[in-house]
Ligand binder design. Structure first.
Ligand code: NDP
Ligand code: 2IT
Length: 448
């Protein structure tokens, strides 16, 4: 419940003006709920219209993306880039290619990205983009032609000092490669820092592929330690089976957890012996197949239709790493009934507000994605650093820096939660710690 007058007014205006943007409104409400603990201490914010400016993107670009499919037919998709906030650095955030993409989803992701990037301690503003293009079932040639057309418009809006996109759902190394190639051809310069998640042969960073998943576990491990626990011997479920889920599962297992279930948008697998990562990586990375194939190939494992069923698998820790609102209150209740003690978010906003309330009420440990999944964008920041100094660091060096950043994010969230009188509340800690830096920069830069 938002009780602060100023925040209530700003939220009501947004609700009135953007009724068709439910995911964006959900993200704003979630963040305002935490910020109302600090807003009363800063009457100067209201005078400066800080919140009104904070919720309004600096710029939104929407464009046509025409391309020709393998049958010679013209296809048209819609491209987006929301350049939300550049107070502390150039806009930075991924591109999502998924049929569900619309302005509401890109705005919510860009909004979350502002605070996430602030938490990383690196100088990055918030942005996000993407398209309703569906890479599933498309040939490499079709994906390439789409990416080239997408970049033919996007290139004029980005740059290492302006805006640096990267991957997200449906955008991995293949897509980044095609987009980088087209950017380089158009501008006729090798500007490494314009995109991150690049291949290792042309300016990418070691450990960027693993960074989001590893970072989630480094962050969660700090939370567990703070509560006198660890991953050792815990039964874990990790939803999704994409980039984030795969490396979250890998690091979780290396820290002693046993991941017994994973999913995709169609269903989930259960393997009581613990997921065989070699088989999973082969199915997902080499063959680009669905997770169902795992159950066909690994004796003793099962496949079940319906992705939400994964929350009914008994576990100690759940790590949702697929997409927004993937766990509703029913999923949360199933986890609680099965005795889970923690939910660590890997995806962006994977729990509905009702699911978060249920998890909090039942006293589970909970971490919001903007803190726990910040390792991906943090390592993108490290990729930009390496591009700027024209060097590449070893895997161990990047991984160590990532680990250090995740620890410092935990410490910042903990300190802010204590300051707000809610020690250990990572949602409040992340929102407040992330916002204070951005607010300070916005206040000092005047009304722009
Ligand atoms: P991928 O495209 O690699 O994988 C996405 C996974 O989520 C797939 O298993 C996909 O299943 C599943 N999925 C997608 N949409 C839905 C849906 N509507 N319902 C259920 N399952 C779904 O993406 P990433 O692993 O990169 O991203 C996963 C999450 O992590 C997203 O929320 C993203 O924003 C977030 N994130 C990503 C970062 C990164 O560096 N990549 C950094 C920080 C956060 P299917 O194959 O069936 O579609
Ligand atoms: O949600 C995210 O933080 C990402 N998709 C990664 C963004 C980035 O710029 O690496």
């Amino acid at each position: 419940m938002i009780t602060n007058d100023y925040l209530q007014r700003v939220l009501a205006d947004l609700q009135k003006n953007h009724p068709g943007e439910p995911e964006f409104l959900q993200a704003v409400e979630e963040i305002f709920e935490s910020l109302q603990l600090v807003v009363p201490n800063h009457p100067e914010w209201e005078e400066a219209g800080l919140m009104e400016r904070f919720v309004e993107p600096e710029r939104i670009v929407i464009f046509r993306v025409p391309w020709v499919d393998d049958n010679g037919k013209v296809q048209v998709n819609r491209g987006y880039r929301v350049q939300f906030n550049s107070a502390i650095g150039p806009y930075k955030g991924g591109l999502r290619f998924h049929p569900s993409v619309n302005l509401s989803i890109i705005k919510f992701l860009g909004f979350e990205q502002i605070l996430k990037n602030s938490l990383t301690t690196l100088p990055m503003g918030g942005g996000k983009g993407g398209s309703d293009f569906d890479p599933k079932g498309k040939s490499d040639g079709e994906v390439m032609r789409f990416c080239q057309s997408f970049m033919t418009e996007l290139y004029r809006h980005i740059g290492q000092f302006t805006d640096t996109p990267a991957g997200d759902i449906g955008v991995g190394a293949r897509e980044i490669g095609y987009m980088y190639g087209q950017y380089k051809k158009i501008v006729d310069r090798f500007e490494g820092g314009v995109l991150t998640g690049k291949g290792l042969t042309y300016g990418g960073s070691l450990a960027r592929t693993q960074a989001t998943g590893y970072g989630i576990c480094y962050f969660s491990d700090e939370v567990l330690k703070y509560h006198g626990k660890s991953f050792e011997g815990q039964t874990v479920i990790v939803s999704g089976s994409g980039n984030v889920a795969q490396y979250c599962a890998e690091k979780c297992m290396s820290l002693g957890g046993k991941v017994v279930a994973m999913s995709d948008s169609k269903g989930y697998i259960y393997d009581p012996n613990g997921i065989n990562l070699e088989v999973l990586f082969d199915i997902k990375q080499k063959r680009r197949e669905r997770i169902k194939v795992y159950a066909d190939e690994v004796p003793g494992s099962e496949y079940h239709e319906g992705c939400a069923g994964i929350w009914t698998v008994p576990c100690n820790i759940a790590m949702p790493c697929a997409s927004q609102n993937e766990m509703d209150v029913e999923g949360a209740k199933a986890l609680i009934a099965n005795g889970a003690f923690a939910v660590f978010e890997g995806a962006n906003m994977p729990l509905t507000p009702e699911a978060i309330a249920a998890v909090n009420e039942a006293g589970l440990l909970y971490t919001p994605g903007k803190a726990s999944n910040a390792g991906g964008v943090a390592t993108s920041g490290l990729e930009m650093s390496q591009n700027s100094i024209r060097m590449s660091w070893s895997f161990e060096e990047v991984d160590e820096k990532l680990h250090g950043i995740m620890k410092s994010i935990f410490n910042a969230c903990l300190a802010a939660s204590i300051e707000c009188g809610k020690p250990g509340d990572m949602m409040i800690g992340a929102n407040v710690a992330g916002f204070l830096k951005v607010a300070d920069a916005m206040m000092k830069q005047g009304v722009v």
